[in-house]
Write a protein that binds this ligand. Structure first.
Ligand code: 8Y4
Length: 281
């Protein structure tokens, strides 16, 4: 499937549905591991209005252990093949490994989502040869220890400067600038105050590059509301609405139907008076 990012800011945000194929993800209970179950979940998200589905086989949650490329491939490839054969929904591969990027894109995946911003071995070169949009995420430290002592002097400036440098590295490697999406990396080596400051300053990121926002069910919501992961729907939808207002390009969520309603409602207000037809010449 050939797929490209929309050209016009009025077409944003896209809603990205999360499909974990990790046996250890507590939020989805590790229940979507078989291709048949993953496909059923993907169809459900398509019916709910998802624009893209993010498939990940390596857990990046705090304390998670690393897995081999072979283990990751054996988790994600059957799922990618099942969904690509059955639907036209664009798929994003959540991986940090060059070999997984290459295999996934060869099987029809339309986007690369790398929480290490293509800093891994051969990742930058490989992503450039894949010719698909890439998501560059900021993380302080590594998943196993990132939440032990996050530290910043000025979190917004530091995260923005890191991402601007990674965009430059991608452009130098041959990735067209319009194919690059940046992401402040909510929850990745950040305390509650860092996450809230970054969200507050989202416009400073959307002003420079398309931005992906991933806050669905995360601990910043749990901390503010004092709720467990399964009680964070309303907090998640509230932040999705704000991200839409602040011109996020992609919102990565567990709860697609609820998020799509919020996004459509905010877009109606945000873009009142604009009609696609009036822009055509
Ligand atoms: C409950 C459920 C609590 C899930 C926490 C979580 C991002 C991402 C993840 C993100 C991009 C997660 C792969 C963490 N988060 N990729 N991936 N941006 N680009 N935790 O924010 O969802 S996994």
């Amino acid at each position: 499937m050939s797929w490209a990012l929309p050209d016009h800011r009025h077409d944003y945000p896209l809603v990205m549905g999360i499909l974990n194929v990790t046996p250890d993800s507590f939020s989805d209970g590790g229940e979507f591991v078989t291709p048949a179950l993953a496909l059923a979940r993907a169809r459900e998200m398509v019916a709910a209005g998802a624009d893209i589905i993010d498939i990940g086989g390596e857990s990046t949650r705090p304390g998670a252990r690393k897995i081999s490329a072979d283990e990751e491939l054996s988790r994600v490839m059957p799922v990618i093949e099942a969904i690509c054969n059955d639907t036209d929904i664009p798929i994003s591969i959540d991986t940090t490994k060059a070999g997984v990027m290459r295999a996934a894109v060869a099987a029809g995946v339309s986007m690369i989502n790398d929480v290490t911003a293509l800093q891994g071995p051969d990742a930058l070169k490989t992503a450039a040869t894949c010719k698909v949009p890439v998501v560059l995420m900021h993380m302080q430290g590594v998943p196993r220890t990132m939440q032990t002592r996050p530290e910043y002097t000025d979190v917004v400036t530091e995260v923005r400067e890191f991402l601007v440098k990674r965009v430059a590295a991608c452009v130098a490697a041959g990735i067209p600038e319009h194919q690059i999406i940046i992401d402040p990396g909510f929850g990745f080596g950040k305390k509650i105050e860092h996450n809230l400051r970054l969200f507050n300053a989202l416009q400073e990121f959307t002003d420079v590059q398309p931005v992906l926002v991933g806050v669905s069910r995360k601990s910043m919501i749990g901390t503010v509301l004092d709720k467990t992961a399964n009680e964070r729907l309303h907090g998640s939808v509230a932040l999705a609405a704000l991200a839409t207002w602040m011109h996020a390009a992609i919102i990565r969520v567990h709860d697609v139907a609820e998020t799509v309603d919020a996004v459509r409602m905010i877009r109606a207000v945000r873009d009142v008076g604009y009609t696609a037809a009036a822009q055509e010449t």
